[in-house]
Write a protein that binds this ligand. Sequence first.
Ligand code: HEC
Ligand code: HEC
Length: 509
Amino acid sequence: MRRFAFPLVFLLAHAPAASAFADVEAGRVVYERWCALCHGQKGDGNGPAASFLMPKPRDFTVGVYKYKSTEGNSLPSDEDIARRVAEGMLGTAMPGWKDVLNEADRRQVVTFIKKFSDIFEFEKPGQAISLAGQLSGSPQAADAGREVYRKAKCFECHGDTGKGNPSKKLKDDWGEPIWPRNLTKPWTFRGGSDVKDIYTRLTVGIPGTPMPVFGDSGKPDALSADERWSVAHYVVSLADPARRPNPGANVIKGVYHTGGIAAEPSAPVWRDAPTVSFRLAPQIIAADRLFTPVVDQITVRALYDEKEVALLVEWDDPTPSRPGDKVQKALAPADMFEDAVAVQFPAALGEGLEKPYFGHGDATNPVNVWYWRAGRADAGAAYAMFDMRGAGTRVQRDPVPSGFSARGEYKDGTWRVVFRRARYGGDGDVLFDSGRLLPIAFANWEGSNGERGSKHTLTRWVWLWLEPPPSLKTVYVPVAVVALLAGGLLGVSARMRRASERPQPEKET
Ligand code: HEC
Ligand code: HEC
């Protein structure tokens, strides 16, 4: 044994340093290949892709990590950073890497990014906060949490309904505008949406952002552990899962309805129609692109009767943008335009499942566009119909022969717009037959985010399917339709509100 003593001691003394060095070098390779595009060669968050992103990629040179589980102001643990690297950050450009990088690669890249800031040389990560004493979820816990939400003034930033209150213009520590999270959409929570994750955020805050720390017992506005658990349960209870976009969802199922189609976005009859939500992506193909969207999803329902078809289109938007509204103008980070939404269909349908060119059709395959805009504060909303044969070829049409109209309302952080049209409209109108799949796509403009013209968000082509009326239910339904429907349908949501305004048909050219 003796002759091994020296080398063994030598190895033990040097192994950690040597392997740490090897880790940093291995981490550098991973970083340069996968991370530098966004986070920058120097780790300063200024990679080539950074100017297109909102929120911005993290600047690692300052050593601030937002999603940590360690006490007080202490540094995050390696596990905290590794968890974000593995899982990514929902609702941002930060991808999850667990399917691309193995565990060793992820550990090494974490070791490497910590080297961008020397703070990790001088300070140690703190203790993980205790999750002991977790209250179990119950209606009582959520009710108590609602009180805490009020007492702790969460509503000042997150709004009464959790969808956001932009009455305060918020910036992060890097001077970038920042929006409080929409608490009804836990699928956009960056740090996880489990009650333990939310409790952790409330306890240590989100460093670098205005989200307060509620777990510091030395501060007057601190909340007790029980209060933090109950408000975390309340946040969980705000989720509206019927509006969660499902990447497999492709079909809006329109339901046959007798007794008249409602023009009011808040009419109870809309509860009978199933909801389906689609992600909105920024328009980055045509000139004047948008890279930093705020509105990220749209929810749609459809109803029809013998004569008419109607779509209810909803989206959460913390800012009802109407030029001339001084309050909203003051809150907008830059120029403010009006909020708007549009629906696009092919003007004519072939026999198969082909779709026109997405960018507003082309010369042989025109599209019909339905458009609604919030209008100026003093003039009110307006709607219009267009034919398009490619981008920039907009021809406005008289809505009357098509029986077309639209009406919108804004309430509690959500826009709701109803579009109606005769099923068999005028010349050049797409026909709304039941039992057929109709390509349909949506575009949205968030005026407070400087969106107008080709700067907007949009969905991909999806399908509208008017389910045959009950009397015809035994009709043959093509296999392709069955498959799309199976992947696509979401439950019925029961949240409807009152209508408030009646927009006029568009007067301009
Ligand atoms: C496509 C762009 C993109 C790429 C590629 C990317 N990131 Fe990110 N990353 C982001 C953005 C954007 C954020 C900030 C999100 C926010 O602030 O909410 C971020 C945040 C982070 C954070 C901060 C977590 C926290 O708690 O604050 C870490 C750590 C991170 N990224 C690591 C990595 C690593 C490691 C890689 C490569 C394996 C990588 N990122 C690749 C865009 C990217
Ligand atoms: C001063 C404004 C402000 C107050 C008050 C505030 N928040 Fe926040 N909150 C924010 C901001 C801003 C963010 C988003 C941070 C980001 O995007 O990096 C946020 C994010 C969150 C998140 C999302 C975490 C994640 O993983 O994405 C939750 C949950 C949350 N807040 C809950 C609460 C609750 C509950 C309260 C009251 C106890 C509260 N907030 C009070 C500003 C605030």
